[in-house]
Design a protein around this ligand. Structure first.
Ligand SMILES: [Zn+2]
Length: 104
């Protein structure tokens, strides 16, 4: 034992002075993008994103990703296909269920 303390990733954190650090900003990013936060909280996160390059990059990426997924789903998954997928999943579950050995 040398007493050498392992350095944590906290070293990289940017404190923006409004109580939001990187960990919190990233943690609440999804809620932020979903519009689930209060106005106060949103603006606190927004200030952090404004000052913190790594978090704003993550937010931009996440927002873009969501847009791509949303567009992709809307364009390429018609209701009929969705129903077929749901049906095949149901069938699969049913098959697995009936395969279970009965305990008499
Ligand atoms: Zn940050």
């Amino acid at each position: 034992m040398t007493g050498d303390v392992q350095r944590t990733s906290n070293d990289m954190c940017v404190e923006t002075g409004n109580g939001v650090d990187c960990e919190q900003a990233v943690h609440e990013l999804y809620h932020y993008l979903d519009g689930e936060l209060t106005l106060t909280r949103r603006s606190e996160i927004a200030v952090h994103l404004d000052r913190c390059g790594s978090c704003s990059g993550a937010a931009e990426f996440e927002a873009e990703l969501r847009q791509v997924i949303a567009n992709h789903c809307r364009d390429h998954v018609p209701d009929s296909l969705r129903e077929r997928i749901a049906a095949s999943i149901h069938e699969e579950q049913h098959r697995h269920g009936s395969n279970e050995p009965g305990t008499d």
